[in-house]
Design a protein around this ligand. Structure first.
Ligand SMILES: Cc1ncc(COP(=O)(O)O)c(C=O)c1O
Length: 372
């Protein structure tokens, strides 16, 4: 096969259709059950999913909410974090990690990532701790666990909380233990494109702490435990029944989907031999679920053009680090403050990565990249 031929179908960064086609019958049957029970908001489908998801994360509890941003927001509220407090956040993450800090009235304090793993740098965390610091949100970015022990130790030494942003890392393992149970709370997104994505929006919080669990149940439901009695200001952040039911169906497939992503990643790691690309370093204690497969290259726009010419559609995650986003201009960060995160932002390209990629497609990505 001429790998550079142009009349072949485009390989997308993510093709959600394929996943949904393969389980459409099952999903529609689950929707019918929700419909028959009119269990559209919360209810038994969500509760079953919560128990099963806690099982995956090996935590005592899981709370379903309406999206991953709300999961982070409620986690910070449950910890009592608010105005005047600081929360340390990696500069290279999806912006929602920082939004949650802003939503509760606290200040995000950004730290650089490590040059090799592209994960939050524990040494930089330590440098940024002040009397106002209440928590660190570590992000298992691209599906690869960050160095939990190093960050946990700093949190313990300074009496501050650790929250895991596991929005991209459903089923990832840190030292053989699933993510989501290391900090006070683990926050997940079930946005449709995630490794475990709802048919709709969704999010979840895992915890081993019953006090947080009961507080989260109230916070997501207008601050009430007994209907129409509001103990505190709460939110409507419940998970919908259709979302819960679709997540239950998909949760069964998650281990095999994650295995396939690992297989594809291994192929990329072993067969992309072009020295023009740099990959994320994988420490032996981190078992990634490869939500994204990001490489760094000198000029991502030139590579994008080349890949597009060869029917491959890459992504960029994320082109602007949080500390340089306009929304955070008032925090007065400058270009040069976080060299590793800035390098990553201006050199990153995400390769196609989803469980339903065919062998032929994986081979084509590898060959086209090696010919670049
Ligand atoms: C690292 C990270 N944190 C938080 C979120 C927010 O999740 P959601 O889009 O479900 O609100 C996402 C989702 O894109 C994410 O990737």
């Amino acid at each position: 096969m001429d790998v550079l031929q142009k009349n072949i179908s485009k390989i997308q960064c993510l093709d959600l259709n394929r996943q949904h086609e393969s389980i459409k019958g099952e999903i529609f049957r689950a929707f019918e059950e929700v419909y028959d029970q009119t269990a559209f908001s919360g209810g038994s489908f969500v509760e079953h999913f919560e128990r099963e998801f806690a099982g995956l994360c090996r935590t005592k509890f899981a709370v379903g909410v309406n999206n991953g941003t709300s999961a982070l927001h409620l986690a910070l509220l449950a910890l009592g974090i608010g105005p005047g407090d600081e929360v340390i956040v990696p500069a290279n993450t999806f912006i929602a990690t920082a939004w949650a800090v802003t939503y509760v009235g606290a200040t995000p304090v950004f730290v650089d990532c490590r040059e090799d793993t592209w994960q939050i740098d524990a040494d930089r965390v330590e440098e940024q701790i002040s009397l106002k610091t209440k928590a660190v949100i570590g992000v298992h970015l691209y599906g690869q666990p960050f160095d939990v022990d190093a960050v946990s130790q700093i949190c313990a030494n300074n009496g501050i909380f650790l929250i895991e942003d596991a929005a991209q890392a459903h089923g990832a393992l840190y030292r053989k233990q699933p993510v989501g149970g290391f900090g006070e709370m683990g926050c997940f997104s079930f946005y449709p494109g995630k490794n475990l994505g709802a048919c709709g929006e969704g999010g979840g919080i895992t915890t081993n702490n019953e006090k947080y669990y009961t507080h989260l149940l109230s916070l997501r439901n207008h601050g009430c435990v007994v209907r129409y009695y509001h103990d505190e200001v709460g939110y409507n952040m419940r998970m919908g029944g259709l979302e819960g039911a679709s997540l239950r169906v998909k949760l069964k497939y998650l281990p095999s989907w994650n295995d396939r992503r690992r297989e594809i990643a291994k192929r990329y790691q072993e067969h992309i031999s072009n020295e023009k690309f740099k990959m994320q370093f994988q420490p032996s204690w981190a078992e990634s679920v490869y939500h994204l497969f990001v490489i760094c290259t000198k000029d991502p726009v030139v590579l994008q053009k080349y890949l597009n010419e060869h029917n491959i559609n890459p992504g960029f995650h994320y082109p602007v680090p949080c500390h340089l986003q306009k929304a955070y201009a008032s925090l007065n960060y400058r270009q040069g403050d976080m060299p590793n995160a800035e390098y990553l932002a201006s050199h990153c390209v995400s390769l196609p990565m989803y469980a339903e990629m065919t062998e032929e497609e994986v081979n084509r990505v590898i060959e086209v990249l090696n010919l670049y």
